[in-house]
Design a protein around this ligand. Structure first.
Ligand code: AHG
Ligand code: MN
Ligand code: MN
Length: 358
């Protein structure tokens, strides 16, 4: 190995696979998130620019959080605030920062009437001094908090609903607790080796990578699709003693010699889901003895990711029902989650349904 590795030869560029070349051209074309928002808005004039304003404010908050996450270690932003949130978890400094960044970016923009957050006990209704807009914003401002101090990938997860009550009037909890089938947009932002927003407004899934040198997201992963099958599973094997026989049987089945499956589990739902969305994989978090309802939250973790999974051709259930058909009965309602490529999701769900009937 020479001590001075040479730059890739010109001919190596020519060998770039078509997909990589397409993405490079896409990047060079400079399709920004802003242009994507404008083009989406042109197709939906009925939204009167309010939806575009919402997406632009989500982009702003994402860039603020990305900058803070990337310098957290230097700014004393690791660790917790000493407070305990409604989940009974210590609030991490970055949880609090991300929560405030999204609320501050959204509450005055005239497009949102209420914000439901994992970090807040009740909904944040847009104050009287601002216009109570037409959308409801549900978020996990920072998912994967246990990974903050070790610089593992974390992220923000969000879902957008159109309100039920008239625009301009005070919103209520009935605007927020809606079935997932009414979601109008959902996405997440992963703060990892790079920052990427993955977004769907109901017409497929697109990924935008942040170029921090210009502070703009660029379309880098157009039309993300999940194949029907995969050979990767993500589960916390530490809870194996909680699993039902049918669930354990499926896991043992894919681990059997010759099956060719691999296992990846980061412990940040958003990061595990992102890897599985791009490379294929099924993420499984069934109810456990510690969390008999399931650990993950329906409103701002399972529902938005289920929307994205289905928009990409995948599937998501709670082990028995389609996640998007569920309607939270409380802001922080929890659920089991099985999400990813449709083949394995449907296979595991059929086994668990049969087990429930037996
Ligand atoms: P949050 O950091 O928002 O509380 O979410 C943590 C969740 C999710 O991100 C992850 O998949 C799961 O907790 C990991 O749970 P275990 O550590 O029990 O595997
Ligand atoms: Mn979370
Ligand atoms: Mn969180």
């Amino acid at each position: 190995m020479s001590e001075h590795p040479t730059a890739p030869e010109a001919h190596e560029d020519a060998a770039m696979p078509p997909e990589g070349r397409r993405r490079l051209e896409q990047f060079e074309e400079g399709i920004t998130l802003d242009r994507f928002i404008t083009e989406t808005a042109q197709a939906h004039p009925e939204n009167k620019g309010k939806f575009s304003a919402l997406l632009r404010q989500i982009s702003l908050a994402s860039r603020l959080v990305s900058a803070r996450v990337n310098r957290a270690g230097l700014l004393g932003m690791f660790g917790d605030t000493g407070d305990v949130n409604v989940q009974g978890e210590f609030v991490q400094k970055l949880d609090e920062y991300a929560n405030n960044a999204f609320k501050r970016a959204l509450d005055h923009a005239g497009c949102v009437c209420a914000i439901a957050s994992e970090e807040d006990e009740g909904p944040y209704y847009v104050p009287e001094r601002f216009h109570s807009g037409r959308y409801v914003f549900c978020m996990d401002p920072l998912d994967g908090s246990s990974n903050i101090d070790v610089n593992a990938t974390i992220g923000t997860i969000f879902a957008v609903y159109r309100r039920q009550s008239p625009e301009g009037t005070p919103a209520s909890i009935d605007d927020i607790l809606r079935p997932g089938t009414e979601i109008v947009a959902a996405g997440y932002v992963v703060y990892g080796s790079g920052t990427m927003m993955v977004l769907s407004t109901g017409e497929g899934v697109n990924g935008f990578t942040l170029d921090p040198s210009v502070g703009e997201f660029f379309l880098s992963h157009p039309d993300i699709r999940l194949k029907p099958e995969c050979k990767l599973y993500s589960v916390n094997e530490g809870y194996a003693s909680s699993w039902t026989p049918a669930f354990r049987g499926w896991i043992e089945g894919v681990k059997a010699p010759g099956q060719g499956w691999s296992q990846r589990y980061i412990g940040s739902l958003v990061a595990d889901f992102h890897r599985n969305l791009l490379k294929g994989g099924i993420f499984l978090y069934p109810p456990t003895k510690k969390n008999p309802e399931g650990k993950l939250r329906l409103l701002y973790e399972a529902l938005p990711l289920a929307f994205l999974a289905e928009q990409a051709g995948g599937a998501a259930t709670n082990g028995h029902q389609r996640i998007l058909e569920l309607c939270p009965d409380a802001l922080h309602a929890r659920t089991g989650l099985i999400i990813g490529n449709s083949g394995p999701v449907e296979e595991v769900t059929a086994l668990l349904r049969a087990e429930l009937r037996s």
